[in-house]
Write a protein that binds this ligand. Structure first.
Ligand SMILES: NC(=O)c1ccc[n+]([C@@H]2O[C@H](COP(=O)([O-])OP(=O)(O)OC[C@H]3O[C@@H](n4cnc5c(N)ncnc54)[C@H](OP(=O)(O)O)[C@@H]3O)[C@@H](O)[C@H]2O)c1
Length: 253
């Protein structure tokens, strides 16, 4: 169970090698209560290294489950394996790809694959995780959306569209869970300095994965439904949301 400080005993990470997920697990382990971490991701050296980092945090049980976001048929099975091994307090949906916009614009099938990975796979895993969490009667599902989801921009239209879909589903589904003991926390970071954004110039409100982790853990015990990182991003996006389209499309963002 999650206590008022956000301390959890068991975590399922979908996106085993995600830097944001790694920082979040490290933060959760700080209290010393974390007993079980299930790392679901593609097999390989990155996942082995991620498991080593969790073990180094003195988490007693670290389990590996194969998860490929493109394999939608297998997703319910991935969720079932994790929940069959014991209650999951926190499920973190933290995989994703950020494609070069020009390359996916030029290759519609590649764009469709981005949609499969970033959006369709959230539909399948989120619905499956919600069903299992409802049955256990408690827990939080953390969904990595993006600040840009509230108004996708032309420079990242395909990625932004996937995040808009994810954000809409997670927010609406979260409303159906009121009173169930289960909640969905929609996380809307701006630019985060991770492998995903390597080589891109950080904008003024850029943060590190530890900042996202701190915001997630702080909001777990509060029953929050949405968290912006940094918090000021909420106001920046509120202003952008009402910016006339003729101006918005010219902004260098
Ligand atoms: N970084 C940012 O600026 C930012 C901002 C807002 C939201 N987000 C969101 O936050 C989440 C985590 O991002 P991050 O910054 O931590 O990125 P990251 O460190 O690059 O991690 C991305 C993760 O996605 C996994 N992945 C990619 N394709 C996959 C597939 N087909 N099947 C299974 N896993 C796959 C990668 O696994 P492999 O090791 O197998 O490749 C890796 O674990 C993403 O949803 C991202 O969209 C990030």
């Amino acid at each position: 169970m999650i206590d008022a400080c956000g301390a959890a005993q068991s975590v399922l990470v979908l996106g085993a090698t995600s830097e944001i997920a790694g920082a979040t697990v490290a933060r959760l382990a700080e209290g010393g209560r974390l007993e079980r971490v299930v790392l679901a991701g593609r097999p390989g050296r990155g996942r082995v290294a991620a498991a080593g980092r969790v073990t180094a945090l003195r988490v007693p049980a670290v389990e590996l489950v194969d998860f490929d976001a493109r394999d939608r048929v297998g997703h319910e099975g991935v969720i079932d394996v994790a929940f069959d091994g014991g209650d999951i307090d926190v499920a973190l949906l933290a995989w994703g790809v950020l494609p070069e916009e020009d390359s996916v614009r030029a290759a519609p099938l590649a764009a469709a694959e981005v949609v499969d990975v970033n959006c369709t796979a959230v539909v399948t895993t989120l619905l499956a995780a919600t069903r299992r969490m409802r049955a256990q009667g408690h827990g939080v599902i953390v969904v990595l959306s993006s600040a840009g989801a509230v108004r996708p921009r032309g420079s990242t239209a395909v990625y932004g569209a996937t995040k808009a879909g994810v954000d809409a589903l997670a927010t609406a589904l979260g409303d159906t869970l009121a009173g169930s003991g289960v909640s969905i926390l929609v996380v809307r970071p701006g630019f985060v300095r991770t492998r995903m954004t390597a080589g891109r110039r950080p904008p003024p409100l850029a943060v590190g994965p530890e900042d996202v982790a701190a915001a997630i853990v702080a909001n777990l015990g509060r029953g929050s439904r949405t968290v912006w990182v940094p918090a000021s991003m909420r106001y920046a996006m509120a202003a952008l949301a009402v910016t006339p389209r003729s101006i918005f499309r010219r902004l260098p963002i």
